[in-house]
Design a protein around this ligand. Structure first.
Ligand code: EPZ
Length: 440
């Protein structure tokens, strides 16, 4: 076995330590047919931690974040903060961040392209330092990912915003609290505007705000630093500007999408899995849809048990902003419905190009027809292992689920996408009985 594989096996990392130009030399091998059994602990939420790390720029004190998984995206956000002058230390799943010595306000293009969420530092830089220059994040596999709602919010607040040579730049000028109506409940725009409002005079009202749980976690984190924010989780959020924000210790909420992914894995393998560290309220849309497919789901304390049904039933799914069915669970559900009895319809209303996993699922024998943002899935009783590639984070997760079901061996390439959002998914699945390995 290659040295790298031994490293990967030992350290549970999906990918080899040797990679060339960002392309990893190892593929994940999945031998299908095992039913997942046992229990798995869900990690802290990637999509809660990233805005919270950006919000650390608002503070001149020390911040301790507990329950922070070791993910690629979190490494990139740490790199962004360090480029700006922050000091960050990691001890197991604890991050200690200090932004008192931050003295730069520019995020270069090479970083912004790596991870869209790096744009979340813009609101905090504007609010605390009065200036920011952030390279456009660029599109990604799932869509063009524009920034117009973020910039419109900053302009409404009185920031002077310019668009130059691929950069978004802003200056505080006469920024003050205002009423803002979002054309769409954008998660990132809601988060960025909250942070841009936190340290300016006056009160900001954000209407048609996104209601995702990660925004509630951001509000709780900021209020513990001394902010005055109300209404996160509803569609109208009120931010009263304050003069400064101090240090705080905070434990991040569990990752509702990782939880949903493992629940779908238990369902597709007809397994019996207990998830620890979940907030039931956050995964109600996924629970409801899994029950429609015939899975048995039992809630207790801070855990959840899912027992897969021998006969997976077809159902229809339409992705919506929270509390609707999450777009980040759409690819994983498509894998599950590919082996359901009957025909299912999935409508993807959030991103314009989030069906990149379809051609890869078809290589495994899935019968899926695409009409614009609508996918018609004719359930099959049989999938074949094949050589497939992850095109984005959740597409990679979907292909792992399909491989767990398929007959024979599936080889999944471009694991770097999966590493961005799932901590030790390889080890967690192996501990549940999945038959996984590496192809050098
Ligand atoms: C967040 O992305 C999540 N990322 C995404 O998770 C998630 O899919 C998305 O919200 C929707 O729930 C993080 O939280 C780090 P949006 P974000 O702004 O904030 C359009 C994952 O797999 N839009 O709510 O970028 C946009 O193009 C990732 O973990 C504008 O038109 O999502 C999209 O069609 C993928 N103009 C829709 O809104 C804007 O200015 C939703 O985007 C901003 C967004």
């Amino acid at each position: 076995m290659e040295a790298g594989s031994r490293f990967a096996q030992r350290h549970g990392r999906l990918i080899n330590i040797f990679h060339y130009g960002g392309v990893y030399l190892q593929d994940l091998l999945i031998r299908g047919g095992n039913s997942l059994k046992g229990q798995v602990k869900i990690s802290g939420s990637k999509n809660a931690i990233l805005p919270i790390m950006a919000a650390c720029l608002l503070s001149d004190g020390e911040i301790i974040l507990n329950g922070v998984p070791d993910l690629e995206d979190i490494k990139v956000m740490s790199e962004v903060l360090e480029i700006l002058g922050a000091v960050i230390k990691r001890q197991d799943d604890v991050l200690v961040i200090n932004c008192s010595s931050v003295d730069a306000c520019e995020v270069p293009e090479y970083i912004s392209r790596k991870m869209r969420a790096s744009n979340l530092v813009m609101g905090a830089l504007l609010s605390r330092f009065g200036r920011a220059r952030v390279a456009y994040p660029g599109g990604c596999a799932i869509g063009s990912r524009p920034m117009d709602l973020h910039l419109k919010g900053f302009i409404n607040l009185g920031y002077e915003v310019a668009d130059e040579y691929g950069y978004m730049s802003g200056l505080k000028k006469n920024a003050a609290g205002k009423e803002i109506m979002l054309d769409f409940p954008s998660v990132g725009a809601t988060e960025n505007i909250i942070m841009a409002s936190a340290l300016i005079p006056g009160t900001t009202i954000i209407r048609n705000a996104a209601r995702e749980p990660e925004i509630i976690d951001l509000q709780n984190f900021l209020n513990r630093m001394g902010a005055k924010i109300r209404g996160a989780g509803l569609d109208c959020i009120r931010v009263e500007g304050v003069d400064r924000l101090g240090g705080v210790e905070h434990t991040v909420i569990p990752d509702r999408i990782e939880a949903g992914t493992f629940m779908a894995a238990a369902a597709i393998t007809r397994g019996d899995v207990y998830l620890e560290n979940v907030i039931h309220e956050h995964i109600q849309p996924t629970i409801a849809k899994l029950r429609e497919t015939g899975a048995e789901i039992i809630l207790n304390g801070s855990g959840i048990r899912i027992i897969g049904n021998k006969k997976i039933r077809a159902t229809d799914v339409k992705t919506m902003p929270y509390p609707g069915f999450p777009t980040d669970m759409q690819p994983q559900f498509m894998a599950l419905l590919s082996v359901a009895r009957g025909t299912s319809v999935i409508v993807e209303t959030i991103f314009e190009n989030r069906f990149m996993h379809v051609p890869e699922l078809r290589r495994m024998g899935a019968e899926i027809k695409i009409e614009g943002r609508v996918a018609i899935i004719k359930g099959k009783s049989h999938l074949e292992g094949a050589v497939v590639e992850a095109t984005d984070l959740r597409a990679g997760a979907a292909l792992i689920l399909a491989g767990l079901y398929a007959e024979g061996e599936t080889r999944l390439g471009h694991l770097e996408h999966v590493e961005r959002g799932y901590e030790n998914i390889h080890l967690k699945l192996k501990n549940l009985g999945a038959d996984l390995g590496f192809h050098p």
